[in-house]
Design a protein around this ligand. Structure first.
Ligand code: UD1
Ligand code: CA
Length: 464
């Protein structure tokens, strides 16, 4: 049977008190509506239609061609929102999943289970429900004498007695597509909020003696509908726990999962150990047998197998296998480390490639550079890549040795196997296997220290 999906994402989300449209608020680094759309796609829906309104352009720009879009120009309620797809979907046979764009924790597995129950019971509509300790704010599931679902009542329309019901509507449904659109045309806005409620479809179908099923979610976390920042924080916490468990199940050790922040699309290989205070963001992918943290932030970074990163920050960097980074290193966009590179303490690298086995162990800045393999860059050596107007490149050949406190004034080249003597300021290219020295020659004045002290003493006495 054809399976369709409608995602409701046209509301402004006033209760968020935000310039950002509600469904674009990220949960674990990914907008809520993307979480929902990913779940829907994973549940093998043939077509996914997102209803957009507030922030339509921003939502479309974010989701791109992952969905079809229908505009709800005025937000007159969830029923009105679904009705906007009538021209597109109304004539199709099949089942339609309807999911709110603000329920980021709903999973593909649960959508599958809901659709399976719907088919098995020959239902016209099936609701994903949950039992909540604190049901305030959600629509309540009204059941008849035999436990059958007879309707949904919104919080604002509840009698005091109905308000005590703890089974809630998660806002996720499975409908017979044709029945959905037939019932929608009968929905009115005669209620406390003056809105066309999608939830009224349930009562309408029930009155036609059609079967309504309910699938109670095994994990109440899936029910969370994010209407304000308090719920957003709760969704973040629950999603974080879910992500952590998935990595643990995949063979990753989290020393303190509650203090490890892994965004939704991060991948980590087996036997990698993550220490507390680590934040893994965006499209970061980490290989196996790595040690990351404590207190490290990696964004859009790829890390090869067996690499160690301690107390460091990386952004759009590529690290090869067996590298060692930190403590206190900063790898900025365009950093590419080959295998077994060592980047030590207080080293910053930007827009630079570093070849296999090279070492930059302490207190260096390497920017806009190509560093060959087997290179050693001494403590405090830097590339001077910027003249206030232009960025220039530094090239360092394989097996070159750059001494401590060297300034490489770009553009400049240090040839293969060359040796740059400590303390040099290099402004001219150094040939392969040359030794470059660019500093004042040392002068030792024998026994002069006593003379110097005598002079200083005399000066002090004169001043007193
Ligand atoms: C809705 C349900 C409620 C359920 C809860 C679950 C209705 C009437 N109520 O309430 O039973 O317990 O979700 O979280 O459906 N939207 C539109 N167009 C509109 C209005 C809303 O696209 O005109 C979208 C919103 O962007 C949001 C979703 O629909 O993503 C739900 O709307 P919201 O206003 O948050 O509904 P709730 O009051 O939470
Ligand atoms: Ca909501």
């Amino acid at each position: 049977m054809r399976r369709l999906a409608i995602v409701l994402a046209a509301g402004q989300g006033k209760r968020m008190k935000s310039k950002l449209y509600k469904v674009l608020h990220p949960v674990c680094g990914k907008p809520m509506v993307s979480h929902v759309l990913d779940a829907v796609k994973k549940a093998s829906c043939e077509r996914s239609v997102v209803i957009v309104g507030h922030g339509a352009e921003a939502v479309k720009a974010h989701l791109g061609d992952a969905a079809e879009y229908v505009l709800q120009a005025e937000q007159l309620g969830t029923g009105h929102a679904v009705l906007q797809t009538k021209a597109l979907l109304g004539d199709l046979d099949g089942v339609t999943l309807v999911v709110c764009g603000d329920t980021p924790l709903v999973t593909a597995e649960t959508l599958e289970a809901l659709a399976a129950l719907h088919a098995q019971e020959g239902a016209s509509a099936s609701i994903l429900t949950a039992d909540l300790e604190e049901p305030t704010g959600y629509g309540r599931i009204i059941r008849g004498q035999n436990g059958e679902v007879v309707g949904i009542v919104e919080q604002k329309d509840c009698t005091p007695e109905q308000a005590r019901i703890q089974e809630i509507n998660t806002g996720t449904y499975c409908f017979d597509n044709r029945k959905l659109f037939e019932a929608l045309s009968q929905v009115t806005n005669q209620n406390a909020q003056g809105e066309y409620y999608l939830t009224d479809v349930i009562g309408i179908l029930q009155k036609q003696s059609l079967r309504i099923s309910a699938y109670k979610s095994k994990d109440p976390a899936e029910a969370i509908g994010v209407n304000d920042r308090i719920a957003l924080g709760e969704a973040e916490r629950l999603m974080r726990g879910r992500i952590a468990r998935a990595h643990q199940a995949g063979g990753v050790t989290l020393i303190d999962a509650a203090n490890t922040y892994i965004e939704a699309d991060v991948t980590i290989g087996e036997d990698t150990v993550i220490y507390p205070g680590t934040v893994l963001k965006g499209r970061t992918s980490i290989g196996s047998d790595c040690v990351i943290g404590p207190n490290s932030e990696l964004k859009d970074t790829s890390v090869g197998n067996g690499t160690t990163i301690r107390q460091s920050v990386t952004d759009e960097a590529e690290l090869g296998e067996g590298c060692s980074v930190g403590p206190f290193a900063y790898l900025r966009p365009g950093t590419k480390l080959a295998a077994r590179v060592k980047i030590g303490d207080f080293v910053e690298v930007k827009n630079a490639t570093v070849g296999e086995g090279s070492k930059i162990p302490h207190l260096s800045y390497v920017g806009d550079a190509t560093v060959g393999s087997g290179v050693n860059i001494g403590c405090g050596a830097i590339t001077a890549n910027y003249d206030g107007y232009n960025k220039s490149r530094t090239e360092i050949g394989d097996n070159a040795f750059v001494g401590s406190n060297v300034n490489l004034i770009a553009p400049v080249t240090v040839g293969e196997g060359a040796y740059v003597v400590a303390g040099s300021t290099i402004t001219q290219n150094v040939g392969a296997n040359d030794v470059a020295i660019a500093r004042e020659r040392q002068v030792n004045k024998q026994g002069y220290a006593e003379k110097l002290r005598a002079r200083a003493r005399a000066q002090k006495n004169k001043n007193q």
